[in-house]
Design a protein around this ligand. Sequence first.
Ligand code: F58
Length: 813
Amino acid sequence: MTLAAVQLDTVTSTEPVTAQSFRTDVLRHLKYTLGTDPGHAQLTDWRMALAHTVRDRIVDPWFASTRATYAGQAKRVYYLSMEFLIGRLLEDAIVNLGLMDVADVAMADLGLSLADVVVDEPDAALGNGGLGRLAACFLESLSTIGCPAMGYGIRYEHGLFKQSFDRGRQVEAPEDWLQRPHAWEFERPEAAFQIGFGGTVAEAGGRSTWSPAEAVIAEAFDTPIIGWKGRWANTLRLWSARPMNLFDLDRFNRGEYAGAAADEAAARTISRVLYPDDTTHDGKRLRLKQEYFFTAASLRDALRRFDSEYDDLSLLPHKVAFQLNDTHPAIAGPELVRLLHDDRGMPLDDAIATARACLSYTNHTLLPEALERWSEGLMNDLLPRHMQLIERIDAVHAAAHPSRNVTLRGGGDVLMGPLAFTMAHKVNGVSALHTDLMKETVFADLHRLHPERIVNQTNGVTPRRWLLSANPRLSTLITDAIGDGWIDDLEQLARLEPMADDAGFRAAYADAKHEKKAELAGFMATARGVEMDPAAMFDVQIKRIHEYKRQHLNILETIALWQAIRDDPHATWTPRVKIFSGKAAPGYFFAKQIIHLINSVARVVNADPVTAGLLTVAYPANYNVSLAERLIPAADLSEQVSTAGKEASGTGNMKFALNGALTVGTLDGANVEIRERVGAENFFLFGMTADEVVARRDVPGHAGKAIEADPRLARALQAIDEGTFSDGDQGVFSDITRNIRGTDHFLVASDFTDYWRAQREIDAAYRDRDAWTRMAVLNTARSGWFSSDRTIRGYMADIWHAVPVGRGAHRDA
Ligand code: F58
């Protein structure tokens, strides 16, 4: 046994933990790690001491997982993603290690509330929305399942901007999660790679050699991700950019103080900030640099690990799977070919085939404006050898498929979707509908050539975070009813179904929902200054602000409802709180106008004594993972109202259904599958289908006709135009109303009437609260399929051909 092995095995943090021993550990870390004492410690010191105590119990399972992977010569999955929207990690880790009760008591003994301490942790917002959050859920599921895996991404200094409102308008401020201490990262200076850009390609002896003009160092920072019951832990490895040379002393000595640090600043810019674009790209050179930077570092790191175990490159596809999370890491195709062909001398055709056998690609959008393309000029400039290889890959593909129409280049651009498709052995969509549409639209030609390549993997969410941890009261109720097997086998929730008919269970379920609503109301009153009555229906739409997601359809219906209540305040109304939350890309003017409109409507409606108690509009600023964890368990109604065919899947829709919110939604993305599972009678459907949407756009004047046919819609639009929500100022929201009256690409007008109908049915349904609760119970009971564990098992079986090593690996190690 080596010395290292002896040391590892003698460190045992698997002894049973008691509140007493836990408390001792927290105090030890407070003193020896944080250098302070209970008399002086601030909340952040306590949080750090707690996090270190928890981390101590992660390290052994983490090491054991790595050892088991090596020992089993297991295939490793590498999840390449520009975004990991992980949020806070402390509570997740405590929950997964089964330490909730112990930590609660230990902190209480120290005079602190665990809940207060955990919310001190910065919310790591290293992602924009669903794509990034999906990556975070996947990491947790990979660890829970015990699949050897690593997440690779960028360690952004600044995550997604902080949002506040100034007179209802979105204001952005830089996010600074790294400025505040956290305990999860391990810096790995030994895992560093030089990443080049630009320069020239030389040919000699049939071999091409790329000599980059500039280079930066990618340095690794590791965060362990612990799975359920602490049985397995994988790593999230994020790359930080630093310069080759820290400082130009010559320039400094010449008095060029700023210039002396210029290289350093330029290098660090690469990992400085997350691009806040939701769907469009402004073709920034920096973005392409970021993409190549983290992809190249990740591939080299994975190959280095492979080389340490094997000396036969033909084994690569059997030992390594790279999943490309959208096209952001699509340069992995040519880069892997370059590493195999240029650097290791593998014949080009073999290199392409080997790379393809290792790579697979997930598509998350069909919106044409969101499909990445890079100008050939930029590619030539930054990645000249890759540009040559893309041409070769294109030529090889063309030769093999003479009937093809598609090319990897078009209009002077490299098309990253077709490139990713061509270099992947599997391409997946994220819901059944989305996958079908992919086959019919963006990848129709490639699908014809490669009919086996496109597969579906409907998204999922981790139940540990989105039910167990976010909704402890409901979780306890479920566990009391069916045991705790559901936590890592979510289909077991089906056993709740009979309890939908048990009045006692329904009452307890309704109490759990009410408790979460009251908790949210308390938070909103103190933190956001909005009064919400927990007896009212909480109607929630939370997601990025985008025309296709149609927050403007929701606010128009809100206006129409407000007007209807004012017309007849004594009629039977169902009190509602309409809650919106979400950020708009800073450059997306229309989306920012929608935010301004919602806040303006809120200001007017909330001040109206006639509708008080019947209608409230709330828009908590700075939507993030932590806010989602508060809002979702408190929701009665989940708004999933995108124009059919536009939302690839959605994952918020799954979190809501799991927590017993009923959906009002279109037949879009995963809504279709949610409705199939929970039952049409427990889902409020409205709107046109994806096919109808396409047909309606061809009807001349479709928006005008819809408005003419619906006086409520006409009146709501008119109120906006007349300045009802802008102190009489008439032009403020004209971009929105003009759009809805005009092209209305997202069919807000055409879907309004049916949306109104569905909403009034919802009002009536909510008045029979017990029947509503029954539907809510059935939503929870039938949402088991939407676990990200199921999704990951699907990827493992159909795409990666990976098997779990994990279950109990640590315990058995
Ligand atoms: C989202 N995409 C889809 N993209 O919109 C959503 O339907 C799906 O559920 C989710 O992915 C997971 O599959 C998404 O979040 C982005 O945020 C990109 C960020 C980078 C720029 C382009 C959009």
